[in-house]
Design a protein around this ligand. Structure first.
Ligand code: PGA
Ligand code: ZN
Length: 400
């Protein structure tokens, strides 16, 4: 009898769950998952990282193909029997697929299910997640690149991975406009013809030379358009750390302590507002030391969107900003937990894309719905702009 009542209560009936392989912006294979209901098809594609943190969850349990076949063999009836009506019901799904699929697959599956559920409830995904958000996440934009995201010019590149701008324009559209101008100015100043994985300009210059250029761009934009920008970096320091920090441009080797001093010098010297992964992913104590500076000290490889690692960072006062990459952990329940933990501790949250992306714009809805402070999307190319376009739509109150 009781079962019958439950069945009447379920509105959403899943007809099919389909997993397939699609290409990302690097031409590498990733997973796309489609959940089909009577309302239509709801799909999500997972991105993929290149400077992957060693504590990230594995993207696939064994490999992409085996995750695809596990998901394609998931019985729609079985998922329907779980009665997923609200966000927290994802727990029931996770019990079924636990350890069977990797983080990329779990993220895409959960996001597609939530999109279907949101539609069933006549809501946009971001509204279904929380719905009360007034302030939208401010875009962080990658202008110039180095590190493992860039091939370099004649074998030379900056050691840091990303040189970033954040605009304080009042609207998302305003921020995009200023960021686009900054990206064009960088092209003119660097005379670079090459863009990297994330659409940022490649160069043979050193970190310091790039930061000089960023300051020139910032001043030009202030003078010409009266718009304010602040400067950030993602050092992605684990990618050049092996007992010591091994810089190539120019060649030098810094101890862990010397690296802390060097970063402090850059924060002061170039008035940095945002510094992501300035130290290697095991150095919580070093992060704590840097967190005394007046600057956002942000964990990415350090925290890997993992509640346990974030709790440690909070306890040690290691960071005041945290990157949230859903496919670093897979579970959207954990993503929500990470954001809630950060907010409670007064830590700013940054929803983030990966260097390998598709045109999927799910992170825009997640960033808005979970009330993140910032969103890292890049500024150039279709796969970057799709997220920004979605943010503009949300800002204007438009539907998908
Ligand atoms: P990834 O890099 O997507 O290659 O991991 C992005 C970042 O480090 O923020
Ligand atoms: Zn990073």
């Amino acid at each position: 009898m009781r079962k019958k009542v439950d069945i009447i209560n379920i509105k959403m009936i899943i007809k099919k769950v389909i997993a397939k392989r699609v290409k990302d912006s690097r031409g590498e294979a990733t997973i796309q998952i489609i959940v089909q209901t009577s309302d239509g098809k709801f799909k999500t594609s997972a991105p993929s990282g290149k400077s992957v943190g060693k504590y990230e969850a594995k993207p696939y349990a064994r490999d992409l193909n085996s995750d695809i076949s596990i998901i394609n063999n998931l019985n729609a009836k079985k998922i329907n029997s779980l009665i997923i009506k609200k966000f927290e019901d994802l727990t029931k799904l996770e019990k079924v697929v636990k350890n069977k699929i990797g983080a990329n697959s779990l993220f895409a599956l959960e996001a597609s299910l939530l999109k279907a559920l949101a539609c069933e409830n006549e809501k946009e995904l971001w509204q279904f997640l929380e719905g009360k958000t007034k302030k939208l996440p401010r875009p962080i934009c990658n202008i110039i690149g180095g590190g493992v995201h860039s091939r370099g010019i004649k074998g030379k590149k900056p050691d840091f991975q990303e040189f970033l701008f954040i605009s304080n324009a009042k609207t998302i559209e305003g921020c995009i406009k200023v960021n686009k101008i900054a990206h064009r100015f960088a092209y003119k100043l660097l005379r670079s013809q090459k863009k990297n994985d994330e659409g940022a300009w490649e160069t043979n210059r050193s970190n310091e030379e790039v930061l000089e250029i960023m300051n020139v761009i910032k001043k030009k934009i202030k003078k010409k358009f009266n718009e304010n920008l602040v400067i950030g970096i993602d050092a992605a320091a684990s990618s050049f750390f092996k007992k010591t920090y091994n810089y190539k441009n120019p060649k030098r080797e810094l101890s862990e302590n010397k690296q802390i001093e060097a970063i402090k010098g850059l924060i002061k010297g170039y008035n940095l507002y945002y510094v992501e992964d300035p130290l290697n992913e095991d150095d919580f104590a070093g992060f704590k030391e840097l967190n005394k500076e007046k600057c956002f000290i942000v964990g990415d490889d350090l925290t890997v969107t993992n509640p346990k690692r974030l709790k440690k960072a909070i306890k040690m006062k290691a960071i005041n900003g945290v990157i949230v990459k859903p496919n670093q952990i897979g579970s959207l329940l954990k993503v929500k937990e990470v954001i809630a933990l950060a907010k409670k501790a007064g830590i700013k949250t940054i929803m983030s894309h990966r260097s390998g992306e598709t045109e999927d714009d799910t992170i825009a809805d997640l960033g808005v719905g979970f009330g993140c402070d910032f969103i890292k999307t890049g500024i150039y190319g279709l796969v970057r702009e799709s997220k920004l376009k979605r943010l503009v739509k949300i800002e204007k109150g438009l539907k998908r």
